[in-house]
Design a protein. Structure first.
Length: 262
C-alpha cells in the first residue's frame, strides 16, 4: 500500500504527507548516505496525533519518504514561495544542502513522471476520494494538513521558527471562522509561540484542496519538532514533551471538528 488510511465518521480529514520513511530499493541504490538518514521526515506525527481515532476523524498518512517524491508539491513542480528557496517535487538535496543522489544519478524528467504516477497520484486520489465521501455525507468538510520541521533551518529561515505555524493561504483556503476557532485554542496556552500565514502559508495540499466556496476548508499546521521530540538523530519521540504538545493540539483539532459540524 502506498499510504495508510483510516475512514472516520466526522467531517474532518487529517493528512500527513511527509511522515513516510520508506524508499524503494531501486531508488535507494542511487542515493547517498545522507538520504538514508531521512532527516527531513515529519517524524512521529501519527503517534503525536494518536487521539484522532477518538475524535472520529479520518486519517491519511504517507508511506514513501519525501525524498522519493514530495506529496505536498504541485505536479508541475512550481515554487509555492516565489523568490524563496524551497526543495522541489523530487528533491535532490536535504534541507542542509547535502546531495541526496550519487553523481549523475538524480532523477530526470521521465523518472519524475514515473514517480508522479507510482507514488504521488495514489495519495492524492485517496485524498480526493475521502474529501468527496465526507462532503457527500456531511455537506462540509475540514482538511487538516499536519506537518513538523526542525526548529532551526538556516537554509530557509533566520533564527528559530515559531512553535506553531498555521497556514490558510492568506485566508483563501478556509472560512475565517474556522481559522479563528482553531487559533483561539492555540492562543489560550502559554507554552508555544504562534504564527498565522507567516513563512508557512500552506503547501500544495492546503492551497489546492481548500475551496471554501465548495464547502471544503483546509488549514495547515507546521509544528517545530522541538515541541515533542529530539531534533538530533536518532530523532527520538519525547513522551514528556509530547504530552504537553498534545494538551494543546487536541483542543485545536476538537475545535476544527466542532466547527465542521455546525
Amino acid at each position: 500500500m502506498d499510504f495508510r488510511f483510516n475512514a472516520g465518521s466526522i467531517p474532518l480529514l487529517v493528512s500527513m504527507p511527509h511522515v513516510g520513511t520508506d524508499i524503494p530499493d531501486d531508488i535507494a541504490a542511487l542515493m547517498t548516505p545522507a538520504a538514508a538518514e531521512r532527516q527531513d521526515t515529519d517524524w512521529h506525527l501519527p503517534k503525536l496525533y494518536d487521539f484522532l481515532g477518538e475524535l472520529g476523524a479520518s486519517t491519511l498518512s504517507a508511506r514513501w519518504s519525501r525524498y522519493v517524491i514530495d506529496l505536498n508539491r504541485p505536479a508541475e513542480d512550481s515554487n509555492l514561495y516565489p523568490g524563496q528557496d524551497t526543495t522541489g517535487l523530487c528533491p535532490i538535496d536535504t534541507f542542509h544542502r547535502e546531495p541526496l543522489y550519487r553523481e549523475g544519478c538524480a532523477p530526470d524528467a521521465a523518472e519524475v513522471q514515473r514517480r508522479l504516477a507510482a507514488y504521488w497520484q495514489p495519495y492524492h486520489a485517496q485524498l480526493r476520494a475521502e474529501l468527496e465521501r465526507l462532503l457527500s455525507l456531511h455537506g462540509r468538510v475540514v482538511l487538516w494538513d499536519a506537518h513538523s520541521i526542525a526548529s532551526i533551518v538556516p537554509r530557509f529561515f533566520e533564527g528559530k521558527l515559531p512553535d506553531l505555524n498555521f497556514g490558510t493561504a492568506d485566508g483563501k483556503s478556509c472560512a475565517p471562522e474556522l481559522s479563528a476557532a482553531v487559533v483561539a485554542q492555540a492562543l489560550a496556552q502559554e507554552h508555544y509561540s504562534i504564527a498565522v500565514n507567516g513563512r508557512f502559508k500552506g503547501g500544495h495540499i492546503t492551497r489546492h484542496y481548500g475551496r471554501p466556496a465548495s464547502n471544503v476548508h483546509a488549514i495547515q499546521l507546521e509544528m517545530c519538532q522541538s515541541t515533542y521530540m529530539d531534533e538530533q538523530a536518532p530523532y527520538d519521540y519525547r513522551v514528556d514533551l509530547a504530552a504537553q504538545a498534545q494538551a494543546v493540539l487536541r483542543p485545536m483539532l476538537q475545535a476544527a471538528a466542532d466547527w465542521s459540524r455546525t
